[in-house]
Design a protein around this ligand. Structure first.
Ligand code: ATP
Ligand code: MG
Length: 413
């Protein structure tokens, strides 16, 4: 009979196990703790949406929508898309679930997102994001709160060497005049721009500013900064954000080349960047998107938020300790094994982390207790059974004492 071929793991997906899993869990539990400190409510939204949710809110000209989405017809013929990010789905929910009544609304979520990209270190086709959004707040204090929260998250993860790069994209008026000045500048250098940037010049000229193509860099670097075009309102908004960061003791640097391509991005744009992950150095990114909700047919609604890649943060955290095991039970003989099953259940119900191998002699069972990093071994043989006791062995120093079986839980605490 022909051997059955084992199916492979799909390119760009991950099976997260062992140390990787502990790092991943550390990022998520820290996020969960920090978001509660900032009084953000947890929300969970679908992993797929009608394709138009993303097409309309992220924008047809972006890489995400034009090249990276997993889009498919379902059996009913509707076009669905696996979420490539969270913001669009949260904005959709805000409208369809009537969450306007709760505005301003501070939301946090996390989970898998999907993008058809070329897989490499720190870049996957199914990856994970943590995400925080504030809907219905036009005040710069909302931008500040999100940035201070991101800064605290990174600090609590123990990650060093991450820089907050900050920019303003101004208000609508600022953006229009700046955009015209950029187009004029790029037009005069048309001959030297990369092919990609010629397309951007037609569809999304601001994106030329953060082009990585060496042909574009000198032209992008010589382009006019937004500063000369800022309206008084836009300047005041940016000063309120930077003033808030300074008051909260969050360090930042200005990056006038940091842009978000979409028309509805306003005011604050930011990235937390490290030089420890090569080309995948952006760990957390976001900005203000007043106008996104309107692109989904909703009323004018301000919004600001960020998303971070869990895998990229997980690579930067110190290796987390394995979960603590209070004790491993080591029964010797059939009678002890039978009693151990009851003891195991009692101790676990008492809230202790206890393991017991399904089989094996004393030596193998003790070796396994060591491998698990258990604090104690509970040794149970015929003599202990007869006396109603158990031997509690502390694995760190080998010290052993005898304890009545009914007091085993107490002895382990
Ligand atoms: P990049 O420039 O690295 O492609 P991006 O601008 O597409 O990032 P965002 O859409 O802002 O990224 O997503 C927020 C965060 O999600 C990124 O800062 C990054 O940490 C993470 N991220 C984005 N794409 C991937 C991916 N394919 N695999 C793993 N993490 C990713
Ligand atoms: Mg990308």
């Amino acid at each position: 009979m022909a051997r059955i071929q084992t199916p492979h793991r799909v390119r760009g997906t991950q099976d997260i196990f062992g140390e990787d899993q502990r790092r991943h869990a550390q990022v998520l539990s820290t996020f969960e703790r920090v978001r509660a400190l900032y009084c953000f409510q947890r929300v969970d939204i679908p992993m797929f949406e009608a394709t138009e949710v993303f097409a309309r809110s992220i924008g047809e000209t972006t890489d995400v929508v034009s090249k990276e989405m997993y889009t498919f017809p379902d059996r009913g013929g509707d076009s669905l898309t696996l979420r490539p990010e969270f913001t669009a789905g949260i904005a959709r929910a805000y409208l369809t679930e009537g969450w306007q009544q709760f505005a301003p609304l501070k939301l946090a979520t996390s989970g898998p997102v999907f993008r058809y990209e070329r897989p490499q270190k720190g870049r996957y086709r199914q990856f994970h994001q943590i995400d925080a959004e504030i809907l219905g707040a036009a005040e710069p204090a909302a931008d500040v709160e999100l940035l201070v929260m991101a800064d605290q998250l990174i600090a609590e993860l123990g990650i060093k060497g991450v820089t907050l790069q900050l920019n303003t994209l101004g208000d609508a008026e600022t953006r229009d005049v700046w955009r015209a000045a950029l187009v004029a500048h790029f037009e005069t250098h048309r001959d030297a721009l990369s092919e990609d940037s010629l397309v951007r010049l037609e569809k999304n000229p601001m994106r030329i500013l953060d082009s990585k193509d060496p042909r574009d860099r000198p032209i992008a670097d010589a382009a006019p900064d937004i500063d000369a075009f800022l309206t008084d309102e836009a300047r005041a908004f940016f000063e309120a954000v930077t003033g808030g960061l300074d008051a909260a003791g969050v360090r930042w640097t200005r990056n006038p080349r940091l842009v978000r391509g979409l028309d509805y991005y306003r005011h604050t744009a930011f990235e937390f960047v490290t030089d420890r992950l090569g080309a995948q150095g952006t760990v957390l990114a976001g900005g203000r998107y007043d106008g996104l909700i309107e692109s989904l047919g909703g009323p004018p609604t301000p919004g600001v938020g960020w998303a971070a890649g869990v895998e990229r943060l997980a690579m930067l955290v110190a290796e987390p300790a394995a979960a603590g095991v209070d004790a491993v039970i080591v029964p010797m003989g059939a009678a002890a094994e039978a009693r151990a099953t009851g003891l195991l259940a009692e101790l676990r119900r008492a809230g202790l982390a206890i393991d017991m191998a399904f089989k094996g002699n004393m030596k193998r069972r003790l070796a396994r207790a060591d491998a698990l990093g258990a604090r104690h071994a509970l040794i149970l043989g015929d003599d202990e059974l007869a006396a109603g006791v158990v031997q509690v062995k502390t694995l760190a120093d080998g010290a052993q004492r005898q304890v009545p079986m009914a007091q085993a839980a107490e002895a382990l605490r």
